[in-house]
Design a binder for this molecule. Structure first.
Ligand code: SF4
Ligand code: SF4
Length: 712
């Protein structure tokens, strides 16, 4: 895994009165344990990948408490787990990245929300929205509205977040409705403290068994029950939820003396709102605001009289709501009009319609609101000057730049085993022309960026092959689809491969088998060989493919660029109809380095001999055309000034981060590129034999850059 929480999970054992200090993700996990959760599951994805890692590292504690933990096969499987709470008073929580995970889970979520629950059922959503996000920009709010699932958006404050998890379980049980709790990326990784309670053993669990199965017709999502369930959502569950939210004050009001105006904010944006207010002298460093704030820790459902009560007597309010559509702003307007209140609602008129509300955006939006609403007792004449002074640093930085900052698109890691596959495709395209490539989600999506620009569409996780279904027959030549091992097990096997076999598709599929769910932090997938309980799985991609009838199947080590080209050439030209699958296999280099580096460090400390491989470029041979860089894109392969004063072009250069994967040499060889690349073996803690051999070699090799052995 990307990160071990083995030490931090000890904090999950803290008891009544102890002070917890740590990351948001851990605080949420502690809150689940304090709430008597009986089962937990989920699917990895930023910003909540670490929560799956925490749960896995805490499996000892979970076992002691009788809490069942499962690394679900997909978000749909995780959502379906919550079915345990439909008939039984078991508290359960599942976690995934949203909105993509919620898309995958939406069938099970709809059914769960329709049937209703008797045990508290929570979904922890990592709301991957805004700068740094890796997915389509949408809001989870839409799912809450359409399925009648309550949505919490807690204020980023450890104590508040922990309390709200406990309250979310109660809300779910009181209103018989599942609850989603969304956390943005900064909240997940924010550090803070709170006073703990004892962990609660679940009343029902894998160690405290149920006595008998429950069957109730009205909890089956099938007509006529679904008609009744829909009515109950409106007649019973919604009023019960509103009453609970009001009674337990899940939303927070912060008073201020400039009370002819106010701010209503999503709980998750409370801290950014305070920060923006500070710029205008309207809040202190402890968060005390002069403008009253209503922080909506629950964004669905809204409590009508909380909104009207807050707005009554105010000339204007600012609705701080990130993303679009502006569900909350519309709802607040409707509530105010129905209550015949004349309060003016600002929101997307002063803040952007779309995009993350980062500090600068918040500051500008608040500035425009203050100018427009002009709170009594506040001099809004200095808004422009405040904005200009806050932006002065950025303006000055721009002035100091003598040249534009080069763009740094994300890319494969140094030595990534997926890069050679795309180098092979690029080289092959020189022979056979362009092919349509259906890309997929995973590290391999970087192929769509420079220097490869390979991949014509991306439709979803594990959907590479399925997305080629209609486009493939439209081309005279075969198309190529890409899929990762994570995507393969997530749904690629069923939606892609089985669909292609069933429909007799005649295309080529490349499956990247790097051993982990790498893009999310090297979590295990079924073909990793073991599960989180360290039990062998015995599942292989090749075994699954053969089992459902794939006949043309080759496994190629990814770093063998020439072999990969040959195999792809055969797959594209084969006279045999049907799906051709190439399993491109090599371990994720990041995981490999994390695995071997501690072992190497230990060997060096013990004085043991260690040999590592490095590649390099002979600068006197390098012509400076840089086609090696264009065919590789490895961050370690870069340029430096030409040492030859008679030549202008910079030469290629391999920096010290090279992990010696060998791709450079392979590409140079497969492309018949140039003889500049050399491979060096660096021996640390050399043996007597190594030293003797070195001395011998130096007698025959002359390099002015290397002093003779006896001169050192
Ligand atoms: S995490 Fe692994 S698979 Fe992903 S880009 Fe890095 S080396 Fe490649
Ligand atoms: S051998 Fe080449 S491709 Fe591999 S890590 Fe080193 S510089 Fe990068």
């Amino acid at each position: 895994m990307e990160r071990s929480f083995a030490r931090e999970v000890e904090a999950l054992r803290l008891g009544e009165g102890d002070v917890f200090h740590g990351e948001g993700i851990l605080a949420i996990t502690k809150a689940l344990l304090q709430s008597g959760v009986g089962y937990v599951g989920g699917y990895q994805g930023a910003p909540v990948s670490h929560m799956m890692d925490v749960l896995s590292d805490a499996s000892g504690l979970l076992d002691e408490m009788g809490v069942h933990f499962e690394a679900s096969a997909s978000e749909a499987a995780a959502a379906a787990m919550l079915g345990a709470s439909i008939n039984y008073p078991m508290r359960g929580a599942v976690v995934w990245k949203s909105t993509v995970g919620t898309n995958v889970a939406s069938d099970a979520l709809s059914n769960l929300a329709s049937a209703g629950v008797v045990g508290g059922a929570l979904t922890i959503l990592g709301e991957d929205y805004g700068e740094g996000s890796s997915i389509i920009q949408e809001r989870s709010h839409a799912f809450a509205l359409k399925s009648t699932i309550w949505l919490l958006d807690p204020r980023p404050h450890h104590g508040t977040m922990v309390d709200l998890i406990e309250k979310a379980f109660e809300l779910s049980e009181v209103s018989h409705t599942p609850v989603m709790v969304e956390y943005r990326i900064r909240t997940c990784h924010m550090h803070g403290r709170f006073r703990c309670k004892d962990n609660r053993r679940p009343a029902l669990s894998k160690t405290a068994h149920l006595e008998h199965p429950e069957f109730l017709q009205d909890r089956i999502s099938l007509p006529p029950s679904t008609y009744l369930q829909e009515q109950r959502k409106i007649d019973q569950r919604l009023p019960a939820a509103i009453e609970f939210i009001r009674k337990h004050r899940l939303n927070e009001v912060f008073d201020g003396d400039l009370d002819d105006v106010g701010i209503i904010t999503q709980g998750g944006l409370y801290n950014s709102t305070i920060q923006a207010l500070q710029h205008f002298g309207l809040a202190d460093t402890y968060g005390a605001s002069r403008i009253p704030i209503l922080a909506l820790n629950v964004t669905h459902p809204l409590v009508p009289d909380e909104i009207t009560g807050f707005c009554a007597g105010k000339r204007a309010v600012l609705m701080v709501e990130e993303g679009n559509p502006d569900y909350l702003e519309q709802a607040v307007n409707v509530l105010l009009r129905k209550a015949d209140l004349k309060t003016r609602v600002h929101g997307k008129d002063v803040l952007p319609q779309a995009g993350e509300y980062v500090a600068e955006v918040m500051m500008k939006g608040l500035g425009r609101f203050l100018e427009t609403a002009s709170p009594a007792g506040y001099d809004s004449g200095g808004i422009d000057a405040t904005l200009a002074s806050a932006m002065a640093g950025k303006v000055r930085a721009g002035e100091l730049l003598t040249a534009p900052v080069p763009k740094r698109p994300p890319g494969f890691c140094t030595g990534c085993p997926e890069r050679p596959v795309f180098s092979a495709i690029k080289l092959l395209e020189k022979e056979i022309g362009k092919v349509h490539i259906a890309a997929d989600i995973g590290c391999h999506t970087f192929s769509t960026l420079p220097p490869f620009h390979l991949g014509n569409t991306v439709l979803g996780y594990g959907l590479g092959l399925a997305s080629s279904a209609a486009v493939s027959p439209a081309f005279p030549n075969r198309t190529v689809s890409i899929m990762g091992d994570g995507g393969f097990w997530h749904n690629g096997l069923s939606s892609g491969v089985s669909g292609a076999l069933f429909n007799k598709a005649n295309s080529v599929l490349v499956i990247m088998d790097n051993g982990y769910s790498s893009a999310t932090g090297q979590q295990y997938v079924p073909s990793s060989g073991r599960n989180y309980q360290a039990q062998p799985t015995g599942m292989t991609i090749a075994g699954a493919l053969k089992g459902i009838g794939v006949r043309w199947l080759k496994t190629v080590e990814t770093y063998r660029v020439g072999t990969m080209m040959k195999t792809l050439r055969k797959a594209l030209a084969s006279k045999r109809p049907g799906l051709k699958v190439i399993i491109a296999q090599s371990e994720c280099q990041l995981a490999r380095q994390r695995r071997i580096k501690p072992a190497v460090r230990k060997m060096l400390a013990e004085g043991k001999r260690v040999v590592r491989t490095r590649f390099g470029v002979d600068e006197s041979t390098c012509t400076g055309d840089h086609s090696c860089i264009r065919l590789s894109g490895c961050p370690s392969l870069t340029i430096k000034p030409n040492p030859d004063p008679l030549r202008q072009d910079p030469v290629a250069y391999v920096d010290n981060n090279c992990v010696g994967c060998g791709l450079c040499g392979e590409v140079a060889d497969a492309a018949a590129l140039c003889p500049s690349f050399y491979r060096a073996r660096i021996v640390q803690n050399p043996s007597h034999w190594d030293r003797w051999l070195d001395r011998l070699r130096r007698r025959f090799v002359y390099d002015p850059a290397i002093p003779p052995a006896d001169a050192r």
